[in-house]
Ligand binder design. Structure first.
Ligand code: HEM
Length: 455
């Protein structure tokens, strides 16, 4: 399918360029869509730097852990976010945590401080939110009924977000309305992402929906921020951390900066968490022995009672299961970067301005780093096996300066969600689910969960 244009060190995939001509790109897309094309290309290139020939647009696909270390760590300053996707997203998420430069750094420091301190400060809120969401579900479903996995996981995630982000300052209904509006605004940017050269003055599909949705977002967030700013008492929640923090010039963050950072958090954190939890049910349904082990651990740790913050740390096997879900269903299947200056990666010249697409999804399937990569095996995440692996062979949360700030928050809430659900329900997924590549890795069709309360 593909041809090799240059071989610097024969037999060593990290030192050659692999090219995929346009007709093969189109053939691959027709046969299996974007994800099918990626999987086919990944199998052929086996970690070699790959150039996809798409006419005028010729991105490099980067999957080898050594190359990822080069781009994300060793020469990270040369690879920035300035791709069309990030530029379009900037209209929604601003130039704080979702940007680059000094304002991004100031925002990042605040979010890291809030989330690392928060892991214990708002952990009670997280555990209570999980308990409440699962109890609601128990009340709503009749034995054997099926529910939409993604809808239910989104509901749980948003219950957790409210105390963590807002100190439960807004009613849950408003938090859900905010999340829905952020999702609509984000989806409406698709045309602007695809056609970044079209000026804003020229209307594109999605523009009106974007304006309406951002009006809703601001209508909910800005009054909330103003009230919190003038309140006498502020809590340990993330919005308070932002309000008490300073920007790159040492000034308090403005209302718009705080609002855009919160929107960025919804975009980065909510859907990815809900989707990963959805994939966890798909994976467990296909592996009865692993599911039984998760249930045994849930019963032993929770003891039939509600989840508590300290349980998250003790759910060791469940966390390994989640780590393996993040490997096989890497939400951020493609992470774009732009090269600022010309560079050489593994002997291959990458020109200034080139687009690079890093693909954790493909890296996680490289047989040179993962034995039987398609097998679901949480045993890959024992401390010993993690230590024995290339540090960049596993990067569902990215790496380098922009590495995810919500990783430990995700594992904490997700472990509690899985354990609480397992201790309350017998869970089946009646129809197998396959992934498709949208901005995140989504199921091709609705994933049903058949739930039977355990009594
Ligand atoms: C399964 C869940 C999640 C996955 C797979 C995930 C994945 C990622 C990845 C791959 C990146 C790096 C993007 C890049 O390099 O351009 C990232 C960044 C980020 N994530 Fe997550 N994430 C998850 C959950 C969360 C949560 C729960 C939050 C917030 C509470 C969050 C907030 C962020 C933020 C703010 C960034 C940007 C950091 C920066 O640019 O400095 N993520 N995430």
């Amino acid at each position: 399918m593909a041809s090799r244009t240059r071989i610097d060190t024969p037999g060593r995939n990290e030192h050659r360029l692999h090219t995929v001509p346009l007709r093969h790109v189109l053939g691959g897309l027709r046969a299996g869509g974007p994800l099918g094309l990626m999987e086919r290309t990944g199998r052929r290139s086996q970690g070699a730097l790959t150039r996809l020939e798409l006419g005028a647009f010729r991105p490099f696909l980067v999957t080898h852990p050594d190359h990822l270390r080069h781009v994300l760590r060793d020469h990270g300053a040369n690879y920035r976010r300035g791709t069309a996707m990030w530029k379009a997203m900037g209209r929604l998420t601003g130039m704080g945590i979702a940007g680059e430069g000094p304002q991004w750094r100031a925002s990042r420091e605040l979010w890291c401080r809030g989330l690392s301190g928060g892991a214990h400060v708002f952990a009670d809120g997280t555990a209570d939110a999980v308990a409440g969401a699962v109890a609601d579900l128990e009340r709503r479903v009749a034995a054997g009924a099926t529910v939409d996995a993604l809808t239910e996981m989104t509901r749980v995630v948003l219950r957790v977000v409210n105390p963590a982000f807002f100190g439960s300052r807004i009613p849950q209904g408003e938090c859900d309305r905010l999340a829905a509006a952020v999702a609509v605004a984000f989806d409406s940017l698709l045309w602007r992402m695809a056609l970044p050269f079209v000026p804003l003055a020229v209307p594109l599909p999605g523009d009106r929906a974007f304006t309406r949705a951002t009006r809703t977002v601001n209508g909910i967030l800005l009054p909330l921020i103003r009230r919190a700013r003038h309140a006498h008492h502020r809590g340990p929640d993330l919005m308070s951390t932002l309000l008490d923090g300073a920007d790159a010039d040492g000034r308090a963050l403005g209302d718009a900066h705080v609002a855009q950072d919160i929107v960025a958090m919804f975009v980065a954190g909510s859907e990815s968490s809900a989707l990963t939890l959805t994939w966890a049910w798909v994976a467990l349904a296909g592996h009865a022995d692993i599911a039984a082990e998760v249930r045994r651990e849930a019963d032993a740790v929770l003891g039939g009672g509600p989840p508590r913050p300290e349980h998250a740390r003790r759910l060791v096997f469940t966390r390994r299961v989640l780590a393996e879900v993040c490997r096989l269903y890497a939400m951020a299947w493609a992470v774009p970067r732009t090269a600022v200056a010309e560079d050489v990666i593994g002997g291959v010249t990458v020109p200034a301005g080139a687009t690079l697409v890093l693909s954790p999804y493909l890296t996680h399937r490289l047989p040179a780093f993962w034995e039987r990569p398609l097998r679901f095996d949480p045993g890959r995440f024992t401390d010993e096996r993690v230590r024995g692996r290339h540090p960049l062979a596993y990067l569902p949360f990215g790496d380098g300066p922009h590495q995810c700030v919500g990783q430990s928050f995700f594992f904490q809430q997700a472990a509690l969600v899985v354990a609480t659900m397992m201790s309350r329900f017998r869970i089946a997924v009646p129809t197998p689910a396959e992934p498709r590549a949208a901005v995140a890795l989504r199921p091709r069709s609705r994933v049903d969960l058949a739930l039977t309360p355990r009594g």
